[in-house]
Design a protein around this ligand. Structure first.
Ligand SMILES: Cc1cc2nc3c(=O)[nH]c(=O)nc-3n(C[C@H](O)[C@H](O)[C@H](O)COP(=O)(O)OP(=O)(O)OC[C@H]3O[C@@H](n4cnc5c(N)ncnc54)[C@H](O)[C@@H]3O)c2cc1C
Length: 598
């Protein structure tokens, strides 16, 4: 028997404790627990207030911590805040106290109110970027903040249950970490390379590849990942790239497998590109859009050069380390888990954070926006000048569906499909392995028919984790690609055993794990299917027609954390512009720089 710890995380980030949940490091950290006077403690203000024995005015006064009062627009509020004053501290006083109406004097004009719906990394980042321009309340439906970032203990070590690696080649993630005081805490991934488990053994992932597109076909040949026939197809395909290009311009957006299959042959796509995409999106290359999932490569191939040459050019364009030192780490994490970013960003935003606050409707009001939250039986309402929806596609679509003029956005969001997955985390003693794992992990092509799509040797990938768990190998097995939902119908014990058995086949690990944890992520990863870019443009156009409304998060411009943060910064800029100028355009916010690409 091994210890089993189970978390279920639904599409809306809901979390149901399963069996024997040993440690809940990531859940609703004490300093963020719902303060007295927050949502559920408030007297509810129902839609049938007219029939309530309590006068509405009394309810409003009692609900001071919740009441989002329309304030002066940004220009007035900014004039009232002395330069250098930490706006967040004023904000807490402004609308988390006794609910008295503030006098609108030049000395102390009320600040505009922004409601951020969704307390994942995108929502929290949006709240952070808006900290100087508005009083922000974050409404999070689940009992904890963080969305796809969560951490808990396994074998007495804090190990991420969801996202674990911050791409350092984009500045937004590491930049935000630094801004919220975690810059010195960031820990690099070790230098160990990854592998592909295919054609009967673990084979090194070519170093010269860009999202699985090989830059060096000789290196690919040496890896044995594809057969001789597959390699021959790749070599032949490269020479036909220029001919393909003319046809492609008429074809519009294409799936990854159609575009790359025509140039590299199906085997390279199936055994190299598809597993890498599976690692990021839990998606399949025959559905995912080439333009949306590989924008840099799409741009680099637009001039008709072969994809292998374009991949090489992109790899070579990575900035050289200063002073000729070792290359900069590609991924970073944090010692207490990457999810430690969540309480830090939340605290730095100084936003008023409400967990267990599921927003069920938004509508235009005379003052700006009115939100309906809570249960159908016990709803409560809030008013704000502006709203940021930092939600997965389905809840964002539901909120927009009821909004006049936002039908195109709701329809676009309804088209976004999602993949569900589970992370099975296993802890084995070093001695269980005939050969101690030396690589960071491996990917498994879907065509090989295995349940586990990716394995991370966490204690190899993250030296800081190894230091925290001497003598242990902590391993994250990722189960479930799009279309494989039935696999996730198995119970936790079955899923853990399936992961263990496949791991044993790949590595020879013996015996039962010392501990196991199953985390389910229902509908967790939006699929950037063919047409994604056009769909997002339609959603954004429709949202832009709603004054004081913006959207951000993994649905739009990239599922990685840096991309989510960039989208949050852009949304915050739009809202700041609206508050300042009455919707004349985006205003710069924050100092974390944005960058293009995924
Ligand atoms: C298992 C897994 C591993 C991953 N690994 C990595 C990784 O290593 N590196 C990386 O960069 N990315 C990784 N990702 C992707 C990345 O973590 C996510 O794309 C990103 O965290 C999404 O952030 P978000 O704020 O857009 O959405 P979410 O995290 O989904 O947050 C949205 C929030 O909105 C809340 N919500 C929903 N409906 C409502 C409502 N009506 N009212 C109020 N609140 C509501 C939800 O509860 C949730 O908390 C991973 C994803 C998964 C699932």
């Amino acid at each position: 028997m091994f210890r089993r710890i189970s978390r279920r995380r639904g599409p809306a980030g809901s979390s149901q404790a399963g069996v024997q949940f040993k440690s809940r490091i990531g859940d609703n950290p004490p300093h963020r627990r719902k303060p007295a006077g927050c949502a559920r403690d408030l007297p509810s203000r129902r839609r049938d207030d007219a029939h309530s024995p309590v006068p509405a005015s009394a309810v409003i006064a009692a609900a001071g911590s919740l009441r989002l009062r329309l304030g002066a627009r940004f220009s007035a509020a900014a004039a009232a805040i002395p330069p250098g004053r930490q706006a967040g501290s004023a904000r807490l006083t402004d609308w988390a106290d006794d609910g008295r109406t503030e006098p609108m004097t030049a000395a102390r004009a009320p600040r505009p109110r922004v409601a951020v719906v969704g307390g994942g990394i995108a929502g929290l980042a949006a709240a952070y970027f808006l900290r100087d321009v508005a009083a922000v309340t974050v409404f999070e439906g689940a009992a904890r903040l963080g969305g796809k970032l969560a951490v808990s203990g396994i074998a007495d070590v804090a190990v991420d249950e969801g996202a674990e690696a911050l791409l350092a080649r984009r500045p937004e993630g590491t930049g935000l970490a630094a801004e919220v005081g975690l810059g010195g805490e960031l820990r690099p991934a070790g230098p160990a390379g990854a592998a592909i488990w295919t054609r009967g053994q673990l084979r090194p992932l070519p170093r010269r590849q860009f999202m699985g597109v090989p830059a060096d076909l000789d290196e690919l040949a040496g890896s044995g990942i594809v057969s001789a026939a597959g390699l021959a197809a790749a070599r032949a395909g490269g020479q036909e790239a220029a001919d393909q290009q003319a046809g492609d311009q008429q074809a519009g957006d294409q799936s990854v497998s159609r575009y790359l299959g025509a140039r590299l042959g199906p085997e390279v796509v199936d055994r190299l590109v598809d597993p890498l995409l599976g690692g990021v999106y839990a998606g399949r290359s025959d559905q995912l859009s080439f333009e949306a999932t590989m924008p840099a490569l799409a741009a680099a191939t637009r001039d008709g050069q072969p994809v292998t040459a374009a991949a090489a050019r992109l790899l070579d364009s990575a900035p050289a380390p200063p002073g000729g030192g070792p290359p900069a780490p590609v991924f970073m994490s944090l010692p207490g888990g990457l999810a430690s970013l969540v309480p830090a960003v939340s605290a730095a935003s100084a936003a008023d954070v409400r967990t267990g606050a599921m927003v069920r409707a938004i509508e235009r009001s005379a003052r700006g926006w009115r939100l309906t939250a809570g249960s159908a039986h016990d709803p409560w309402f809030a008013e704000a000048d502006a709203v940021v929806l930092a939600l997965p596609a389905a809840p964002a679509g539901r909120l927009l569906a009821g909004l006049p003029g936002a039908a195109a956005a709701a329809a676009g969001l309804a088209e976004v499909t999602t993949a569900s997955m589970a992370i099975v985390t296993l802890a084995f003693p070093d001695t269980a392995f005939p050969v101690t794992p030396a690589g960071s992990g491996y990917l498994v092509p879907a065509v090989d028919g295995r349940a586990v799509k990716a394995v991370t040797f966490s204690t190899v990938k993250w030296p800081h984790l190894r230091a925290a768990a001497p003598g242990l190998q902590i391993i994250r097995c990722s189960v479930g690609r799009i279309g494989e939902e039935t696999l996730l119908h198995r119970d936790d014990a079955d899923l853990a055993e399936l992961a263990r058995a496949e791991l044993a086949e790949a590595t020879g690990v013996r015996g039962r794990p010392a501990a196991a944890r199953v985390t389910r992520w229902g509908g967790a990863l939006p699929q950037y299917t063919v047409g994604h870019l056009g769909r997002v443009a339609r959603i954004r156009d429709s949202v832009a027609s709603q004054p004081g409304l913006a959207v951000c998060g993994a649905v739009y411009d990239g599922v990685g954390i840096p991309a989510c943060i960039a989208s949050a910064q852009a949304a915050a800029g739009r809202i700041a512009g609206y508050l300042r100028d009455g919707h004349r355009g985006p205003a710069p916010v924050g100092s974390t720089r944005a960058a293009g690409g995924q």
